[in-house]
Design a protein around this ligand. Sequence first.
Ligand code: EPZ
Length: 415
Amino acid sequence: MGYFKVKNSILNGNVRISGAKNSALPILAATILSSEKLEIENVPDLLDVQTMIEILRKIGKEVIFENNKVTLNGTVENHVVPYDLVRKMRASFNVAGPLAVILGESKVSLPGGCAIGVRPVDYHIMGLKKLGFEVEIAHGEVYIKKGKKEKEVIINLPFPSVGATEHLMTTAALMEGITVIENAAMEPEIVDLQNFLNSLGAKIQGAGSRKIVIEGVKSLNGRSYKVMPDRIEAGTYAIAIAATGGKGYIEEIIPEHLEILWEILKETGTNVTIEKNRVFVDGKGKKRGININIQPYPGFPTDLQPQILVYLSLADGVSMVVENVFKNRFHHIDELVRMGADIRVVDGTAIVNGVKKLSGTKVEGTDLRATAALIIAGLVAEGTTEVHNDFHVLRGYENIVEKIRHLNGEIEHIV
Ligand code: EPZ
């Protein structure tokens, strides 16, 4: 396993943001529904994307991935997705419904727990049952068999789960009658998935609101589609530039996707200038602490919680960050404390007492965003930091070393 060697740096310059991982994954899973030629553009070249492509190949699709474009042909033929692929990435579970729609059945391993806490799939299963599927869980696998769907089905999610909203919306696209998802997640990635499916002939409306209405169609066509920019990658670089006291443009993004982040950065003392599809961040000067509530969209994203904690570690005063999405997503804090941060966790709230400096040491990333946060900590800390478990970051940040170097950051990937 490799690691990143990061030195104290000030990030300056412009960074171009890649296509969104969390859009590309459900869009790729949704390609199961069409047997025509599809071209998906602006797909980031990441480990998670490679895993999804491996799954699609395993179940019978012809897939070519070149220059950030995925070209797909053919129909799915195999209904089994083995554990070794689902284990690598939880989003793999989202192929279960679409696969059973096309083949009448599917068998997908249950995704395991992961470092950001318990992540069950009970809402997915509840929704699939409402859509008429028989669901059996045995030996760590979920077996799904198509049954009879009622003409109008209402699925009310207990929590606006991103994955369950995407999975059920995709599954229902080719199922007769109307499906309504209530208390749906409103993340921009869900709007992107709706746009993709509708571009193939699906009839879905309401994505981006709490209620999504899907009118089943008989088949989907082929065409090309461009994945939206990655708002979490954009937010990570914005926080990194601000935390190091540097300045620069975050380019080729949709600034409205991160309104809450721009507000938080401004309120804490970073200058932010929003333009049409780029944002200028200037982190010169002192920062102030602030309280943040981590919430589903349009709230502050859980996927930027570890990174903003690094930023707040060096801000004046006390900040409280309440995690309402993944209650235990705080493993990075132990490592930040080893670097000199003063953070305590009490009942799902991180209480940060700003310190004057962090100092470099050896640390271990526990998940994708936690590892990205430790890289930011390495950039702001005195001396050199070794961030171990490099593979987490390679799951979700395209060309991270090149991008940080382009911003004048000192980082080396040791493999
Ligand atoms: C998606 O995960 C993202 N992944 C995550 O990004 C992100 O952190 C998360 O949404 C929240 O925004 C992808 O899009 C591929 P959820 P997902 O279902 O869909 C509970 C990253 O770093 N829940 O919205 O798995 C769950 O435990 C990743 O890029 C159930 O209880 O998240 C959590 O507390 C990590 N039962 C909450 O809902 C279920 O059946 C939200 O989870 C489903 C979810």
